[in-house]
Write a protein that binds this ligand. Structure first.
Ligand code: ATP
Ligand code: MG
Length: 510
């Protein structure tokens, strides 16, 4: 007799249905798993054996063959343990054969028969819903799976015995409830930063439109400090974005306790990050930091210290909003619509451009350091600002600074205007000005006559690329949104252009 249990294999954030077929036949004692299992799946043989023994079920002295169909799809991960053991229990008559028909099953086994949490419960639940099935998953993954929909039947047992009792009707498993992680109470606040008013303004503009931002300044001027305050002014994720972000974090196994958070991701990889860590990949084509920052911020501190090929790998996701990982045996894509925030010193000694300072290594100190960042990557950065050393007056007798909550209110209002505008155009998925397509931004950000003249002059003088031209329009649109104005004026374009050319000024100055 062959028992069948449904489960999934993951390709990117998609779940592909997999059929686990278990046959117990006379023959030499042993368990054989076929159907392209990886090492973790092949090892499940030992866990299944021990967990059955711990649950009081002895394997009969027969030959057990387990087939994972379709046979040509690679199966990775430890979540195949539970479907395998349930198929075996059904084949042995320990649970009713038809009990599993309406469920998709995922879970890892401990040797004592308890069920351990796994990565990917949310995409698996969404896959089960699409197939019109319920889901059996580990207890600790239940809260996460429950987000896939109120109508899905979810069983989240702690152990094999609890599940068998549920099917026998002696113990009823209640449906897990979706849980949300409470927002951290003590996020760093913008009020901590003394002076740096223009840098704070640029941070607000970047947050309002989702623009890429680069801060350049000497050591200790507060660049890392400013970036760390960005989460406190960003609006929370919308319900659709929350689900998108959580799918990626679920696949990466980063949803602690199965709780979702409506805070925008803020990822801060160290500059020693490898290509696979940043854009995804590795043996199991896992999502990288760029994908984990989807709908949030990827903060690269000390930008020139990252390896140049790793930085250039970000060019494609910055433009398209997806990371595509192609390997000989598979090709997966992860959504990666992140906002890039970068900080750097102008040169290796860090003081180039400061009044009265001359680098010991001469002009090469700055040019060599900045050459580690390619032109095309710089071209994708909409707002470039200088963050000069904070003055002694500001430090000793600071003016009262605005707190994050006030700035967050203005940012939320500007984002709401953008969302409303895109909704009217039927482009809800665009969300922010930075993500808007070039054709649409030309109509949404048509400047008045004076603004157009200024833009034309600046584009000629500073030789804007086509991308640069469109990005100036996008930033100007955000500035008008912050002002609550539909019309784009000369003042908005002037500020947007100043953000664009700050980087060019810097390299000319040193
Ligand atoms: N504007 C400021 N207001 C208050 N404190 C500041 C300010 N700027 C810097 N500091 C102080 O200096 C410390 C260092 O700041 P921060 O790490 O942000 O500098 P940085 O610009 O990132 O320097 P580096 O280039 O070396 O990374 C902060 O922890 C804070 O104590
Ligand atoms: Mg720093």
């Amino acid at each position: 007799m062959v028992a069948r249990v449904s489960t999934v294999a993951f390709q990117g954030i998609e779940g592909v249905p997999v059929d686990v077929q278990v046959m117990v036949a006379p023959g030499k004692l042993g368990i054989q798993i076929v159907g392209l299992p990886d090492k973790a799946v092949a090892e499940s043989r030992e866990r299944v054996h021990a967990a059955l023994h711990a649950s009081g079920l002895a394997l009969p002295p027969k030959r057990v063959t387990i087939n994972l169909a379709p046979a040509d799809l690679p199966k990775e991960g430890s979540h195949f343990d539970l479907p395998i053991v349930l198929g075996l229990m059904a084949a042995l008559g320990a649970i009713p054969g038809d009990a599993l028909a309406g469920y998709l099953v995922i879970g890892e086994l401990n040797l004592d028969g308890t069920i351990a949490p796994i990565a990917g419960a949310l995409p698996a639940a969404i896959c089960a819903n699409a197939l019109g099935k319920g889901l059996i998953c580990p207890a600790d993954s239940g809260a996460e799976a429950a987000w896939a929909g109120a109508e899905i039947d979810i069983l989240a047992p702690r152990s094999l015995i609890a599940l068998a009792n549920h099917f026998r009707g002696t113990q009823v498993l209640s449906r897990p409830q979706p849980a949300i992680r409470a927002a951290p109470a003590n996020l760093p606040d913008l009020a901590d930063i003394k002076g740096q008013e223009s840098a704070k303004r640029a941070l607000e503009v970047a947050a309002a439109g989702g623009h890429n931002l680069m801060m350049v300044g000497p050591p200790g001027s507060g660049k890392s400090m400013l970036a760390a305050r960005l989460p406190s002014i960003l609006p929370p994720l919308s319900p659709a974005e929350l689900l998108d972000v959580s799918m990626i974090h679920s696949i990466a196994g980063q949803l602690s306790g199965g709780k979702l958070s409506d805070r925008r991701p803020f990822r801060t990889p160290h500059h020693s990050a490898t290509m696979a860590a940043l854009v995804g990949g590795g043996l199991r084509a896992r999502p990288g930091e760029a994908s984990l920052a989807h709908h949030g911020v990827l903060f690269l501190d000390e930008l020139p210290e990252f390896s140049p090929p790793v930085l250039d790998a970000l060019r494609q996701p910055l433009e398209t909003g997806t990371c595509i990982i192609a390997r000989a045996n598979h090709r997966v894509s992860y959504p990666s619509a992140f906002q890039l925030v970068a900080a750097m010193n102008p040169c290796r000694c860090g003081m180039a451009g400061e009044p009265g300072h001359s680098c010991a290594r001469g002009p090469r100190c700055a040019s060599d350091y900045q050459a580690r960042i390619s032109g095309p990557l710089m071209d994708r950065i909409d707002i470039r600002i200088d963050v000069p050393a904070v003055s002694a007056t500001d430090l000793i007798r600071p003016r009262p600074a605005e707190c994050s909550a006030d700035v967050a209110r203005r940012v939320a209002r500007a984002r709401e205007r953008q969302r409303e505008r895109f909704r009217e155009l039927g482009m809800e998925e665009t969300g922010t000005n930075a993500r808007c397509s070039t054709a649409v931004i030309e109509t949404l950000a048509a400047p008045d006559a004076a603004g157009l003249q200024l833009l034309r002059d600046a584009a000629e003088k500073f030789r804007f690329s086509a991308r640069g031209y469109h990005r100036v329009l996008k930033v100007a649109r955000t500035l008008a949104d912050l002002d609550g104005s539909e019309q784009l004026g000369r003042i908005h374009l002037a500020e947007a252009i100043s953000y664009r050319i700050a980087g060019e000024r810097l390299s000319v100055a040193v």
